[in-house]
Design a protein around this ligand. Structure first.
Ligand code: FE2
Length: 267
């Protein structure tokens, strides 16, 4: 029995007015590992990623856990190994963002983390983007960092399109704009900004999933939140939300297996 499931989604270039790929290919998307290891050195997770033969691995944040001290060794080991095989693009989740913003508590842990992943060759996107071509299909991969305030429990803030534009600039023409944004709550804003495909995590599938009702609770303790797992569409804009591969504060998952997301890209 596998201890995580593989969920596949299709992404078609034909609806996006960009040059499609010369042949179909796959992208793997990882999120919310929370420093978990599937076997020694994450061998089972690595094997499954290799089975998918992806052109790239995209990371949606929270691969580490911001405990005291932060837990990141398994996450770093995984990213180091992956960079031997694939281009890796990563954005910060709220756990990485906590290390980054709360230096009085975590000291130089974020510097250690970010310097380590960059030394491996990970493209760490801190409100930046990079151009990439996979099977000759043009992409612009963006990493959007949501300020930590937007993750506080019991609070909800509005995220304006202008705030995303201020952080990132405008999306680019003639390529598929992929936005790595850890928190899926702001899908409307990401779509309005112009993301063709948003990749998110954070909600861990809603922790407990009920038939028909879906995910029960968010990390901000909101009941029956939107966007817990799956693919969502708004006009021509799509968002894929992964259920994540690990857990932290609430270490349970009911009817909600850990998930490796694979996106099959085709014309
Ligand atoms: Fe998160």
């Amino acid at each position: 029995m596998s201890d995580f499931k593989v969920t596949r989604y299709k992404l078609r270039a034909s609806g996006m007015s960009v040059r499609g790929p010369e042949e179909p290919f796959s992208i793997v998307f990882l999120s919310d590992l929370h420093n978990k290891s599937y076997g020694k050195g994450n061998e089972r997770l690595l094997q499954e990623i290799r089975n998918q033969d992806p052109e790239a691995v995209l990371i949606g944040g929270d691969l580490l856990t911001s405990a005291d001290p932060p837990q990141m060794e398994a996450a770093l080991e995984l990213m180091k190994e992956l960079t031997r095989w694939y281009p890796i693009y990563a954005v910060n989740g709220n756990h990485e963002q906590r290390l980054k913003e709360q230096t009085e508590k975590y000291g130089d842990a974020y510097d250690y983390y970010s310097q380590a992943v960059r030394s491996f060759g990970v493209h760490l996107l801190e409100n930046t983007s990079e151009y990439a071509e996979f099977c000759r299909m043009p992409f612009r991969i963006w990493g959007y960092e949501l300020p930590l305030d937007y993750y506080r429990r019991g609070r909800s803030f509005t995220l304006m399109t202008e705030q995303v534009t201020e952080a990132l600039g405008a999306p680019k023409e003639g390529c598929c704009n992929v936005l790595l944004a850890h928190n899926p709550v702001y899908f409307d804003t990401y779509a309005a900004w112009g993301a063709d495909l948003t990749l998110s995590g954070h909600l861990h599938g809603g922790i407990v999933r009920l038939p028909l009702l879906g995910g029960v609770i968010s990390p901000q303790m909101k009941l029956f939140p939107d966007y817990t797992r799956g693919c969502y569409t708004k006009e021509n804009h799509r968002m894929i939300v992964g259920a994540g591969l690990g857990s932290h504060t609430i270490p349970i998952r009911i009817n909600n297996p850990p998930e490796l997301v694979v996106i099959d890209v085709m014309n």
